[in-house]
Design a protein around this ligand. Structure first.
Ligand code: 6PG
Length: 248
């Protein structure tokens, strides 16, 4: 059983949440492929999306998308090797890309093997620009960007009080995250807010405080960076389960 406001859908269980998210992705993919011949998707990281990716690769969904027309990017990545247990790419490769036999040319990961986080961010930005065929000054438009919500209100790797929150020019930056004492590579709000559709998928009571603040609290984006996500000409949706929505 789901209940919706204009942009928030509350699902009764995690299973319903993942099913709703998978259906949303499938319908977005169908729409984009019918219009442009391809679907340009940025995946979120962390633990929440693993079960979603596994569901998309399952017999219930795998035949509902022409996956050869789907291009996979990442909204953020940890500063670790591609085969590291914490790698968002590795998680997606195991849960989605390998089970669906996605061809390499459709997989556009962040090159964390480069010398520095800044080089990896710059490399990814030029990869994105080349893929979309856009020069500096134009912001490319992803068909769909998946996002998660941290219990501190972050999304992608846009953490509270981190330098990336102020970025007004670049599409992808290396962002030093104080709480982890390490770098992350992340889409900036500038790039995320250009997307045709942004979908938050949020599960669990640990997110309930942050979600209440993001959706109903005072506008304090330095504290709750997910508030920066306001697509300029695109759709913003929150798919949440009942535990995450407990304080709404
Ligand atoms: C990451 C993510 C991050 C994630 C949130 C929620 O690299 O960790 O991109 O933004 O979506 O931290 O993570 P969980 O799903 O693990 O709670």
């Amino acid at each position: 059983m789901n209940s919706s406001t204009d942009r928030v859908t509350i699902c009764s269980t995690r299973q319903e949440l993942y099913s709703a998210a998978a259906n949303e992705i499938v319908s977005r993919a169908d729409e984009s492929i019918a219009t442009t011949g391809r679907f340009i998707l940025a995946l979120s990281g962390g633990s929440t999306p693993r079960a979603l990716f596994q569901l998309l690769a399952s017999s219930a969904f795998r035949n509902r998308v022409d996956w050869l027309r789907v291009h996979f990017f990442w909204g953020d990545e940890r500063w670790v090797a591609a085969d590291h247990p914490d790698s968002n790419y590795r998680m997606a490769r195991e849960a989605l890309l390998m089970p669906l036999a996605i061809p390499e040319e459709n997989v556009h990961r962040i090159a964390t093997e480069l010398e520095t986080p800044d080089q990896a961010a710059a490399n990814y930005e030029s990869m994105i620009r080349n893929f979309f065929g856009v020069a500096t000054g134009t912001v490319p438009r992803f068909d769909l960007i998946l996002l998660g919500l941290g219990d501190d209100g972050h999304t992608a790797s846009l953490f509270p009080h981190s330098p990336a929150l102020e970025e007004q020019r670049d599409l992808v930056v290396a962002n030093f995250v104080e709480k982890f004492k390490t770098y992350r590579i992340t889409f900036t709000p500038l790039l995320i807010n250009e997307a045709a559709s942004v979908l938050f998928v949020i599960s669990g009571s640990a997110k309930s405080d942050a979600l209440k603040e993001v959706l109903k609290g005072e506008y304090r984006p330095k504290l709750f960076p997910s508030q920066l996500i306001q697509p300029t000409n695109g759709e913003l949706r929150f798919l949440v389960d009942r535990d995450a929505a407990a304080l709404l």
